[in-house]
Design a binder for this molecule. Structure first.
Ligand SMILES: [Zn+2]
Length: 388
């Protein structure tokens, strides 16, 4: 048997792979597969359909071949370090002042390392309830890999009951988050000299009407009385944001093109599809008005990516498990999205719980406190006790 590495040693391996979302994660997956294989654990790979030579997800099962276990899930990709000032090599885990520095140490290779450690421990110590590992790709570019992985696991390993997604929460149970639905909108107008503006269609000025529609949604949502679930969030309503825009060529030409992104952050309990439908109604009405001015004008809406909301549920087995292990009984919701909602949509009880603090993520000199990694190890020990 090869040596059993500590979570910190596993983390050092994981950080050494520069798995920025745009690049390959296969060397990391190879390493995990080899390490688990050395301990007699078989892994399954799911290659990304669009980029099979670049990315794969991995899942593995330890314990009796039966349903009802616990799956620990984390993403393998990290955000880029481009343009950031780092004190030490972001791809070499480095200790300073009680902290371990490296890209992904908090978001979320720290949890990945703990999950890999726990799986190997489960194999050696023995468990009467299964423990599973699920590592995804493409989380940082819209949580787009988790749905693939959840689908790929079905029928290959016995279905777990509870999913713990280890995004950084300081090892507190997060049971709800907003969802998202994101669009890229291309408004196409008709160019004329701006002195005869009324005969052309300015893509910018008509696009602005759609953006004003978004402002009106925000104002109406903010003015409404929040429901019970919405009240748990800050802000307690769905909002819509335009974060990027470009268009136009000169001050005296009506713009032929204007394109912008529009993103909805949707409260659990509301259906993202509902917001998609409302947007399309607004687009259809506006496009008809544009076409009345000139038939060559149009609006194209491209759906970019979706994330379902994570809905707090009664009798959530994953939440109960985390509360038993941590003793945490607080109510915590977050406004950022995670892969937990894809597990919930796939029929799992899901909770978000992992070491370290989300505010450290994505920054230069990202780190994890050694004390948080240790607390994470105690969490995994407690979990293994309950699976014995
Ligand atoms: Zn993350």
């Amino acid at each position: 048997m090869p040596t059993r590495l500590s979570p910190r040693e596993i983390l050092a391996h994981l950080v050494s792979f520069p798995t920025v979302s745009r690049d390959t994660n296969l060397p990391l997956i190879d390493w995990v597969e080899g390490y688990l294989g050395g301990h007699g654990i078989d892994s399954h790979r799911h290659y990304k359909e669009a980029e099979p030579d670049l990315k794969a997800a991995l899942f593995a099962h330890v314990g009796p071949e039966e349903e009802g276990g616990v799956v620990l899930s984390g993403h393998t990709d990290v955000v880029p370090v481009d343009g950031q000032e780092w004190t030490s090599d972001p791809w070499a885990l480095t200790e300073r002042d009680g902290r371990l520095y490296g890209r992904g140490s908090t978001d979320m290779k720290g949890f990945d390392a703990l999950a890999i450690w726990a799986l190997v421990e489960a194999k050696h110590r023995g468990v009467t309830r299964p423990l599973q590992l699920a590592l995804t790709y493409d989380e940082e570019i819209g949580c787009t890999g988790a749905a693939d992985l959840v689908a790929a696991m079905q029928g290959v390993v016995p279905k777990a009951a509870s999913a713990i997604i280890g995004e950084p929460t300081m090892i507190k149970a997060v049971t709800g988050h907003k969802g998202g639905v994101n669009f890229w909108i291309h408004v196409h107008g008709v160019e004329v000299h701006s002195s005869i503006l009324h005969t052309g269609v300015s893509a910018i000025m008509w696009g602005a009407k759609l953006i004003e529609w978004a402002n009106a949604q925000n104002a109406a949502n903010a003015a409404a009385t929040p429901g019970e679930i919405a009240a748990l969030f800050d802000p307690p309503y769905t909002n819509v944001h335009v974060g990027q825009i470009h268009g136009g060529t000169a001050h005296n030409i009506t713009a032929k093109d204007c394109a912008f992104g529009m993103s909805f952050r949707v409260i659990p309990g509301e259906d993202p599809e509902d917001w998609a439908r409302r947007l399309m109604e607004a687009v259809t009405a506006l496009e008809a008005e544009m076409k009345a001015v000139h038939p060559d004008a149009w609006i194209q809406v491209t759906r970019m990516f979706d994330l379902p909301p994570l809905r707090p549920t009664e009798g959530n087995s994953a939440e109960e498990l985390v509360r038993q292990v941590t003793g945490d009984n607080g109510v915590m919701q977050v406004s950022y999205g995670t892969e937990a909602s894809h597990f919930q949509a796939g029929g799992y009880d899901a909770v978000v719980c992992g070491p370290s603090d989300i505010t450290i993520a994505h920054k230069p000199d990202e780190y994890i406190e050694i004390s948080q990694l240790d607390a994470g190890q105690r969490f995994m020990d407690g979990l293994l006790e309950r699976l014995r």
